[in-house]
Design a protein around this ligand. Sequence first.
Ligand code: SF4
Length: 500
Amino acid sequence: MSDKPREYCGIFGIFDHPEAALATYYGLHSLQHRGQESAGIVTSYYDEEKGRNIMPSYKDFGLVLNVFNKPKIMNKILKGRSAIGHNRYSTSGSSKNPANIQPFRVHYRSGNIAIGHNGNLSNAKQIRDRFRKEGVIFQSTSDTELILHLISHSIKQDQMGQIMDALHQIEGAYCLVLLTDDKLIAVRDPNGFRPLALGKKDGKFCVASETCAFDINDAEYIRDIEPGEVVVIDKEATEKGEVKSYFIEPKAGTQTSQCIFEYVYFSRPDSMIFGEMVDKIRRNLGKALAKEHPIDEVVSNMDADKKPVVISVPDSSNTAAIGYANENLKMGKECKYDIGLIRNHYVGRTFISPGQKSREQKVRTKFNPVRGVIEGRSVIIVDDSIVRGTTSRYLVDMIRACNPAEIHFLVSSPPIISPCYYGMDFPTPEELIANKFDRNVEKIAEEIGVDSLRYLSADGLVNAVKEANVSENDYCTACFTGNYPVPVNFGVEKEENELV
Ligand code: SF4
């Protein structure tokens, strides 16, 4: 239903907290936007009666609220003071395979271990081929399982040694939470593609994909986990109030490549990622858009009776649209920001409108225009990105039916020309509207039915994230530029090499 790329996963972990499962549940709930097809929690505790460590797990297809829908799941099943959780989105086919729902949990020679993964390993094929030759049996089609095999096959004796050994063999995008019988381990790949933050709740350490998972838990944000960092939280770390930190030896030529699209669309605006609030960066994107395309150069008649109105495609474009309108006002260019589209929040991904399954109907189910805001005005629609353009077309048709003077479409990012191989679900290059029309902006405008279309430039995008205290060179921009920072060699069909 959505014509946006999809994030594959959200992860959360907490160590030595009396309400570990509950905190993880809330954390996953706030990270729901990062994966809506399945959710899972694994906890850990020592069972006095049985005389051994236990690692209960509860996971299923569905939203967090639907999966953990009975009090006994939290109270009776997910016992223990440490927990990790995972939200997942997957492509069709393998999404039906319950074996792919994370966290994965296994018992091997060094005890129990569970893992949750956000990202996509770029050397999964080589690792899988190697294990296949050795006769290893796979339980899932996920590349995350390969990490567990690498750990259990390590010749190192101690568990941390085994984990570091495995981490030195994987490449690509990965943020991990690992739970062992006595530790919580959080890992961010040396390129730092996906965000991962360290926090503290009631004096106990926790980790999450985004800081909104700390806010819901009344936990404090401490810092980002660095690219290549392996944070180990155990009893000693908790007592000292200081995590142990190790680093994965980066391969020659590795450079920080944080996903710039997290700022454009994926992350929640109330989260802090890569050292800066998403909301602030998204407003910067709107400001940059105003500087590149001031409203008086966009609309044909600034002197019409009714001022031009700037509206957003809710929710991800709200802040960029506000940034655009405010910057225009600052430059003395009259316009107003208003709510021109209402989004129905109660439409799940699996919603099927009885009898009518067309995309048009699905868009109508999700959005409705506000006629009073639109009628007779020049309307500037601000959206964060255009992928296939199909949803944009239907939105424009709905807005056109409200009799605006004209419709202009502004995008707070450059045209998307390449798919992502680092943990996002994009369509194929041929399906991307920018490629379909040879990146000809006039033709794309015609296709989506607007009077004009304008994108933010690649320089404008990169400059807008500068405030995040890291160099503009520290970002991956591959879906806009085609410059991939890590070579990709999956070599297996997408459904077999399931992304997470
Ligand atoms: Fe992010 Fe795009 Fe790079 Fe993927 S290709 S990591 S979506 S910037």
